[in-house]
Ligand binder design. Sequence first.
Ligand code: 4NP
Length: 165
Amino acid sequence: MTNPPKSPKRKVLFVCLGNICRSPMAEGIFRDKIAKLGLKSKWEHDSAGTGDWHTGEAPDRRAQQKTKEKGIDISDIRARQIRSKDFDEFDYILAMDISNRDDVIAKAKNATQKNKVTLILSYAPQFESKTVPDPYFGGDEGFELVYQMLDRAIDEFLLQQHDKE
Ligand code: 4NP
């Protein structure tokens, strides 16, 4: 018997520190956009943290509230830590800030794995900041900025991906 054809899906992993604020928001925004664009059959997505403190937890209440305000439910997402097989499974690993990116790159085993890792805001050069600021220790306004940055960056990421087709 021959093996089934390899999945044509592209796979994207969003990574932050705790996987309870920025990266689950990114995953929820991405999931919402691909559903609205009719691209669900083309993508797989997940999110992870570089740390393991929040493993198994739902997103932070403020992250859930912010996305809910925008019509996006992320209550089903559960935190997990990035693992070595992610580097083989995912095509794109999009990090929220420089320290997340460097921590992820430090776990990569070779250049192919390293080359999958990018700062998510490299897709949104209109923001002066290269990094999505960690909103965990700040106020609710931090979550609006995170939402705005991710919304723009994910639009541009998808545009670049599907422009090539
Ligand atoms: P995230 O935010 O990386 O966007 O999920 C954080 C969540 C938790 C912690 C730090 C950042 N923490 O220190 O527990």
